[in-house]
Structure formats: C-alpha cells, structure tokens
Design a protein around this ligand. Structure first.
Ligand SMILES: Cc1cc2nc3c(=O)[nH]c(=O)nc-3n(C[C@H](O)[C@H](O)[C@H](O)COP(=O)(O)OP(=O)(O)OC[C@H]3O[C@@H](n4cnc5c(N)ncnc54)[C@H](O)[C@@H]3O)c2cc1C
Length: 399
C-alpha cells in the first residue's frame, strides 16, 4: 500500500472557497466539485477500507473522492513487489555454510547470510549459500548463488562430507570469507574445514562489520577483535536477519567431492526427551493450570517425543519438577515448537518463550495472552484435545 503524502498547506488551499467576504474550509477539495456537498461517512469508510479479511483495515490518508473507484466485492490491495537484486558479476564471493536443520532455514542460518552480506555489500561481492535443499527459499535471506548439498545429508550426521564439500568449494570459488553458524553442527564443520585447509578460524564472532570481527572471552572480561578472517563462525544473534530483500539465489554446481569416510559408524541414538535439558529441547509440550488430566499429558509427551514442561503454578503444585518450569524465574526455551495446554500466558511465562519459533496454544479462553502469542490457537478444553491428539497420532502411525 502506498500512502499519499499529505501537504497540509496545499490541502487547505484546495479546500478553501470564498463565501461573501469570508473564506470557508470544505471537507473535500473544492476542485472536485464537492462544494456544498454533505459529508457521507459511509462512503468515506468504504473508501478508506483497504482490506476486509480477516479484520477490516482502514487507510484514512486515502482520498474520500476515490470511493467511486472501489471495485465491487472489495478493494484490491496493492502488494508491493520486492525488487530482485542481481549481482551479475561479483567482485569476490562470501560463502555462507548453513545448517538448515531438518530442511528448515533456522534463524541462525538467516543471520549467517545477513553477516555474509555485511562482508559482501561493500565492494560488489556476492553471497553463496551452501546447504541441503533448493535455493529458492533462500532468496529472501540475501543469497545471490546457491550450492545444493546432497539431499541424503539433510538428516544424516555428515560433518566430514560437508567439510570436504566446503574445502572443494573454497578451492574452486576462492571465496574471500567463509561463514558458519556457531552451532553443534556448523561449529564442527568449520573446525574440520580449518584443520583440512590450514586456515585460521575465528570462532563465535559476536560483532561483525566490514573492518572488524569481535567476540568476548573469559566470561565477558575480555574482548578480542581483529580484521575479519577467512573462516569465521557466527554466534547466535550477532547480526539481525535481513528483511524485505529478494536476491537471485542462482544455482551453482557442487564440484565432485572425493569423500573418504574416516568415521566407520555414525548413527543417531534414541534419547529420552524428558532427560534433555529444557533449554536444549527442540519440541516442548507445556502444561498450565488448565490441565487436570496428568496421565493424558504424560502419554501425549511420550507419543509426540516431546520434552515436558510447565508454568510456575503447576511446578509449585508438584505436578512437574522445578527444573521443568518455563519462564523468567525458570528456563528460557529455544524450541522450534512449543505446544501449550491450559496456559494463561502471564508476562513472566512469555519471557521464557520469546525465542521459540512456533507456538501452538490450547485454551478455553479466546482472549488468553497465550492465544494471542500463538501461531496456531485451539479454543477448546485441554482434557478433550489431549486424548483426541493421542488417538489421532496413533491412528496415523498404524495406517
Ligand atoms: C516474580 C514472579 C516470577 C514468576 N515467574 C514465572 C515463571 O518463570 N514461569 C511461569 O510460568 N510463571 C511465573 N510466574 C507466575 C505467573 O505470573 C503466572 O501466575 C503463571 O504463569 C500462571 O500460570 P498458568 O497459566 O498455568 O495459570 P493460570 O493463570 O491459572 O491460567 C490457566 C489458564 O488455563 C486456561 N484453562 C482453564 N481450564 C482450561 C481447560 N480445561 N482447557 C484449556 N485451558 C484451560 C485458562 O483459561 C487460563 O488461561 C511468576 C510470578 C512472579 C510474581
């Protein structure tokens, strides 16, 4: 939606007519023949309506005279197309090697691409993302080129193969910088690349600009800074992800990688989700005072493979141990999914889930703060939803 800029003086002049020896200010411009016309609030409201679904939205800066131009069935909303940025012949390249856990672009991945843009943008450089999966979805992160790693590596433990692929790309593309997220996976790949190539790694960068990379050490009592090195890992939240950008993410070929696996066996082991530290859990099933069927809650946690947690109220009542409390005086969780049953959404609780990616809330109160925070809300009784969900999952698995 583009807003008309208002020039108050010109606007006033357009609405001023001389009646006798006194100027009169009309509500609509005199030039449009509105002199003497009565105001029609309904038409003005119709004219200002820019969206009717899911809730009406009005733009009061619109010209009421445009009411007649409104198409039947509601106004067409002008969606501004984000212009495509093409870096046709980059002066140099910056590689952003992403985790893309389970095929999803994480916030940390987006930050790594944004950091690569910081280094590439002054001097006409280009950003090459390296990750499993196609590049289209990375266009809005700021990727100019994309190298797709084999799909088989998406869920597999493959740091050796990834490191070999990055080393081969460094050989072929001669990037000025190579960035990784400082995560369990990205950190391991980066260290393997450093060992294989003999390049120095600056790990856990917290502040990044074209001239300087810095990080704290010794519990925050020491700051180390230097010119950005060729290999760097980026701490979470060091650089904000980009918004409102569209880059080409043009596919590039991955060179043939002659990986000789040195690990003889690597397989994932089953873990008890409730034994995981809450701060590290990926999927959290959380209960509040609205939960009374604790057997169903435990069973649902087991069926979903989710880590159980709760509000201070349920921990105080002894339904869950204290180390399961989420919130300001409990644990701050960073899960990808937070499934909340019967939680009101007090500020102290919401403080514990600010970093959660997706929130699903089940609550009988439509106006609960937790419902407002949720990406998906179910207004229903927790005691009915929990067994229904257990049944549904079991049926789907047996089908
Ligand atoms: C200094 C301080 C620190 C605090 N720290 C924390 C903290 O770290 N973490 C924390 O969680 N709290 C904390 N609190 C407490 C916090 O203020 C709230 O009291 C608490 O989070 C509320 O818990 P609740 O949502 O489970 O309970 P309630 O406020 O009782 O809400 C229950 C919700 O369940 C819904 N409900 C009821 N029946 C059903 C049903 N059958 N099905 C579905 N929904 C239903 C209700 O509509 C309501 O929204 C702190 C408070 C203070 C003062």
């Amino acid at each position: 939606m583009t807003r008309r800029r208002v020039d108050p003086r010109a606007d006033r002049a357009a609405r001023t007519v001389q009646v006798g020896n006194r100027p009169r200010i009309l509500r609509t411009p005199a030039a449009e023949g509105a002199a003497g016309r009565r105001r029609d609030p309904r038409a003005e409201r119709r004219a200002a309506l820019v969206r009717s679904q899911p809730r009406p939205r009005f733009d009061w800066s619109r010209d009421p005279a445009a009411a007649g131009e409104m198409p039947a069935g509601g106004p067409a909303v002008a969606i501004r197309e984000i212009p495509l940025t093409i870096v046709a012949a980059p002066a140099f390249l910056v590689l952003a090697v992403l985790d893309r856990p389970a095929g999803e672009i994480s916030d940390h991945d987006r930050q790594v691409v944004a950091a690569a843009r910081v280094l590439a943008d002054t001097g006409g450089g280009g950003v090459v993302t390296v990750a499993t999966g196609p590049g289209e979805a990375l266009s809005d992160t700021g990727s100019d080129r994309h190298v797709a790693l084999p799909d088989a590596w998406t869920d597999a433990y493959s740091p050796e193969a990834r490191a070999d692929a990055v080393a081969a790309l460094m050989d072929g593309l001669k990037p000025r910088h190579v960035l990784f997220p400082e995560t369990a996976e990205g950190g391991e790949v980066a260290r393997r690349v450093a060992a294989a190539t003999g390049e120095r790694l600056f790990a856990g960068v917290q502040v990044l600009s074209r001239e300087r990379a810095a990080r704290q050490a010794r519990g925050g009592s020491l700051e180390m800074s230097r010119a950005p090195t060729r290999l760097m890992t980026l701490a979470a939240d060091a650089v904000p992800p980009l918004e409102g950008v569209r880059h080409e993410a043009r596919p590039l070929e991955l060179p043939a990688v002659g990986t000789t696996p040195r690990l003889s066996n690597a397989r994932r082991l089953p873990v008890d989700p409730d034994a995981l530290p809450l701060a590290e859990a990926d999927f959290v099933l959380s209960a509040g005072n609205g939960v009374t069927d604790w057997a169903a809650f435990a069973e649902l946690g087991e069926v979903l493979g989710a880590t159980r947690a709760g509000t201070r109220v349920v921990c105080d009542a002894g339904h869950l141990p204290r180390n399961r409390q989420v919130g300001a005086s409990g644990t701050v969780v960073t899960a990808r999914c937070y499934l909340a049953f019967g939680i009101a959404g007090a500020p102290q609780h919401l403080q514990g889930i600010t970093a959660v990616r997706r929130v699903i809330a089940v609550n009988t109160d439509l106006h609960a703060e937790m419902i407002k925070r949720a990406d998906l809300a179910v207004v229903a009784d927790a005691q009915q939803v929990m067994p229904a969900l257990i049944r549904y999952i079991r049926e789907r698995r047996n089908a």
